[in-house]
Design a protein around this ligand. Structure first.
Ligand SMILES: NC(=O)c1ccc[n+]([C@@H]2O[C@H](COP(=O)([O-])OP(=O)(O)OC[C@H]3O[C@@H](n4cnc5c(N)ncnc54)[C@H](O)[C@@H]3O)[C@@H](O)[C@H]2O)c1
Ligand SMILES: [Zn+2]
Length: 339
């Protein structure tokens, strides 16, 4: 896969040909990152967008595409680059645009949230939503390059660190190597801690993606670890993705134990380790009816009332298993996640 990852301290170190670049960025960054604001000034073709799920709608896509076309349509060709600066919503949206406009432009991601830096700016998935359902339209279109900019990521509010931790810990569990097993959260400078650990977490994702780039073999489904119940919490309780995934990892431990894949001793060791990383069961129980509705909406479900669930066997070993939604609900009730 043509893809490279770069980590730089500041925008000053990024050199892209500005004349043939369509800069798409989260307009909030003008305030959130003065360094970005200064750097962006010199791009002749820039298109600020409002981040969020609304951006990923068909109507905002057509408005945006027409706007870009009016400005650069006469000159843009496949040698041009879309430079997407923002969180996952901007990356999904601009990535989709890059993949279809003029039958495909070059694409560079500069993620601005921890979630996008760890996860969404790698692996090539682009997406729009349809009739309120997430990610129903999309392409596989890996960026040529993803550039992680320290001064941009560290300028995020401290509260956002929690969003990155979920995906980081997921990667650690999937990795199982020395890096994953030794992952410890410091008491201070947690942004620095995330920054230092980004390359390892991304490596874990990219290794899995490389073996199943178009999600045809099922292998890539393991990246869904912690996400099945995470999506329920996002949908029903409005938890942020990162916060929801953290809880989802704990739910996955409970299910793995009850499915006989993880013994009680190892399950407890996992929970203790997660507690040292600041991950404990804090979500309010979801009402059974809401949980069922959200689980049945999960697009990763298998046949009928079954879901493909990612079970944890040990560090570095997970297993895809088809589980009945009703079984998940019963486990959720037993373990206090569902009431
Ligand atoms: N393509 C994939 O593989 C993949 C994987 C996971 C998630 N996603 C998608 O990613 C999206 C969620 O990602 P996200 O949370 O990064 O979304 P986002 O782009 O909606 O950003 C969340 C919020 O953070 C703000 N923000 C962004 N950068 C900031 C900064 N540096 N400082 C302060 N505020 C900043 C945004 O304005 C927005 O309000 C969802 O749409 C999800 O579907 C895609
Ligand atoms: Zn995720």
């Amino acid at each position: 896969m043509r893809y490279s990852l770069k980590q730089v301290q500041s925008f000053k170190s990024i050199h892209v040909p500005q004349e043939r670049t369509i800069l798409v960025y989260d307009r909030r960054l003008l305030r959130a990152s003065p360094a970005f604001r200064r750097w962006a000034k010199s791009f002749p073709f820039q298109f600020p967008v409002k981040a969020g799920e609304g951006l990923k709608s068909l109507s905002s896509f057509s408005t945006f595409t027409e706007k870009v076309h009016r400005v650069v349509g006469g000159s843009a060709n496949r040698e041009w680059t879309v430079l997407a600066v923002g969180g996952g919503s901007v990356g999904d949206f601009a990535g989709f645009f890059a993949s279809v406009y003029k039958r495909g432009l070059k694409l560079i991601h500069i993620p601005s949230t921890w979630l996008s830096a760890i996860d969404s700016s790698h692996g090539g998935k682009t997406a729009l939503n349809l009739l309120g359902a997430k990610n129903q339209i999309g392409t596989f279109y890996p960026s040529q390059q993803t550039i992680l900019v320290r001064e941009l990521l560290l300028a995020q509010p401290a509260a956002r660190i929690e969003d990155g931790v979920g995906e980081l810990v997921k990667a650690a569990i999937l990795s199982g190597g020395t890096w994953g097993r030794r992952l410890k959260r410091p008491a201070a400078k947690q942004g620095e801690w995330l920054w230092r650990n980004l390359p390892q977490a991304i490596k874990v994702k990219m290794k899995i993606v490389a073996s199943d780039p178009f999600e045809t073999k099922g292998v890539r489904q393991v990246l869904n670890l912690g996400h099945t119940f995470g999506h329920v919490l996002e949908a029903v309780q409005g938890l942020s993705h990162g916060a929801a995934v953290r809880q989802g990892l704990l739910f996955a431990i409970d299910v793995s134990e009850r499915a006989g894949r993880l013994n009680e001793y190892d399950g407890m060791a996992f929970r203790n380790w997660l507690a040292t990383l600041g991950i404990e069961q804090t979500a309010n129980p979801v009402r059974e009816r809401d949980a069922r509705k959200a689980l049945l909406h999960d697009k990763k479900r298998g046949d009928g009332q079954q879901l493909i669930f990612i079970l944890i066997e040990k560090m570095g070993r997970v297993r895809r298993q088809s589980i009945a939604v009703e079984r998940l609900i019963a486990i959720g009730i037993e373990t206090g996640w569902i009431c």
